[in-house]
Design a protein around this ligand. Structure first.
Ligand SMILES: *[C@@H]1O[C@H](CO)[C@@H](O)[C@H](O)[C@H]1NC(C)=O
Length: 304
């Protein structure tokens, strides 16, 4: 029994010694954790933690040196064996910077570019003014990248204007052609009474009187408008009978009639006159033929 008591007592004593000896040693090794440095005397010391600087080396191997907190306005952001802390940076207005977070013992001041400025590099010396765009922003400026602008739209404008002009041109041509077609069509224009059809009388007996009614200038216009005679042909008729406008008119009309032929000549003449806005002359010619026709019919009736 006595031996057992002595054994138990020894065990307790060993435990106490063990706690006093082993735990601090383990704690010391584990809490360093941040690495060692060698002193000038060749002793390995634990480094000072961030936010502190080295004042006095440790005296035993792997011991802890004396470290002081960094003073105001200085910092150290890593475990160290430095004798001095670093000076905190300032965010300078002249570098277009504003403070994002203040300096602490273990971290330097963090600066941001102020609004409308950017800096592409990590270690930013000066923030640059964001570019402005003449033709719209593609991607806005960020603190780390400049504005991206849209391309100069001149090419687009030129193409747009060209397309608009092309369409406008096509529309104009379309309506112009339509109008031309209307003029050229043989349908009488609205509001104009159609001349009563005369059948298809031979113009020949009327040619002298028609030449007289129309006069040289109108005959010449009608003939030119018909396109049946060449300019030289027309001029010849003039030279053949100098000074006699009536004869010139008659000869010209005769030449046209010859070229045109009997069939449809009367209608063609009246239509051409109407087309050339010479409605009065057209009516005169029309009446001349009509009167002659009716007097003929009366004459025939009289005979019967
Ligand atoms: C300190 O010096 C010793 C011997 O020169 C070397 O083995 C050890 O790696 C050094 N320690 C550090 C942290 O530089």
């Amino acid at each position: 029994m006595e031996r057992k008591k002595v054994l138990a007592l020894l065990c307790v004593l060993w435990s106490v010694v063990c706690v006093m000896e082993c735990v601090p040693r383990r704690r010391g090794r584990e809490t360093c954790g941040i690495g060692f440095y060698n002193t000038s005397k060749g002793i390995e010391c634990c480094q000072c933690p961030q936010g502190t600087y080295l004042v006095k080396d440790c005296t035993s191997p792997r011991g802890f040196p004396t470290c002081y907190q960094c003073e105001d306005g200085t910092y150290l952001d890593h475990a160290n064996s430095q004798r001095k802390c670093e000076l905190c940076s300032t965010c300078s207005e002249s570098e277009n910077k504003v403070k994002k977070s203040p300096c602490s013992l273990s971290s330097n001041t963090v600066c941001n570019c102020k609004d409308g400025h950017y800096c592409e590099t990590e270690e930013c010396k000066v923030c640059h003014h964001c570019s402005t765009c003449d033709f719209g922003v593609k991607v806005s400026c960020t603190p780390t990248s400049d504005t991206q602008c849209n391309e100069n739209p001149t090419a687009l404008v030129v193409v747009s204007v060209f397309v608009v002009c092309l369409i406008a041109g096509l529309v104009v041509i379309f309506f112009w052609k339509k109008k031309m077609f209307c003029f050229k069509s043989h349908e009488p224009p609205e509001n104009v009474q159609v001349l009563e059809p005369l059948g298809d009388p031979d113009l020949e007996p009327f040619l002298p009187q028609i030449a007289e009614i129309l006069g040289f200038k109108v005959v010449r216009s009608v003939v030119m408008h018909s396109g049946l005679l060449s300019k030289a042909n027309i001029d010849n008729k003039v030279y053949d009978h100098p000074g006699d406008a009536n004869e010139q008119a008659y000869q010209l009309l005769w030449a046209w009639y010859q070229k045109h032929g009997i069939e449809g000549a009367c209608k063609q003449l009246c239509d051409t006159l109407t087309e050339m806005n010479m409605r009065v002359q057209a009516e005169k010619v029309h009446n001349l033929i009509k009167t002659r026709q009716s007097s003929k019919e009366e004459g025939q009736n009289g005979h019967i």
